[in-house]
Structure formats: C-alpha cells, structure tokens
Design a binder for this molecule. Sequence first.
Ligand code: SF4
Ligand code: SF4
Length: 119
Amino acid sequence: MDPRYENPVSVIGRAAIRKTWKAADKYARVPGLRALVRKERCVGCGACVRKGFCRFGAISMGDDRKAAVDDRACRGCTRCTHLCPENAFTMEIRPPAMVKEALKGLDAEISRALKQDGR
Ligand code: SF4
Ligand code: SF4
C-alpha cells in the first residue's frame, strides 16, 4: 500500500513494534542461564561459529579446537543447544550472586541507552 494513504496509527504501531524488537534483541537476557560447551562432546567441526548459531557472537573456537562460550555475551537464549549436531551445548543455571551481578550490568546498559536517547 502507498504509505501516503496508510492509517497513521498503523504506521506508528509498526514503528513501535520494530523498535521494541530491536531493543529486546539488544538487551534481552535470560537471567541465571548461560550456555556451556561439553568439551567431551565437541568434535571441533566449527559449525557453530561458521553457521552463526549464536546471534550475539558469544561462541568462538578455542585454541584447543573446541567451541567456547563467552559468559558476558551469552544471553541464555538456548538457541545453540538445538543446533549443534553433537549436542555439545548445555545450559547452566548461574548462582544468585552471578545473576545479581548480571542484572546490575544490564541496568547500567539500559540507563546508558536511555540517556543516549535523551530520556
Ligand atoms: S560445539 Fe558443536 S557445532 Fe560447535 S564445534 Fe563443537 S561439535 Fe561443532
Ligand atoms: S545460549 Fe544463546 S546467547 Fe548463549 S551462546 Fe547459545 S545461542 Fe548464544
């Protein structure tokens, strides 16, 4: 449809949804969950990195030619656990102190983003 004839409420609604998804993608984190690699299962095929299993860039190949997960980047989405052909990824529940720390970090990140937005 020609955008000039579109209902302005729909246009605003769509823009709001896009913005919300973007923010969710950037900041959403499942508190208390992180991925771990079961090294004994990882065969070092590199598919997780090559095929981008992680949308947040948390997976890399280590010097030992096994996959590794960066704790700070992992959002706990569990995507990688469904994709590895060797079922090498597993999820770990973080102890409460680590959760608190993660939430504190997230809080600071959101405050910074809001400030940048002028709010
Ligand atoms: S974690 Fe899975 S996909 Fe990644 S290198 Fe190991 S076996 Fe391959
Ligand atoms: S759980 Fe999600 S965010 Fe964490 S490494 Fe796996 S795919 Fe990436």
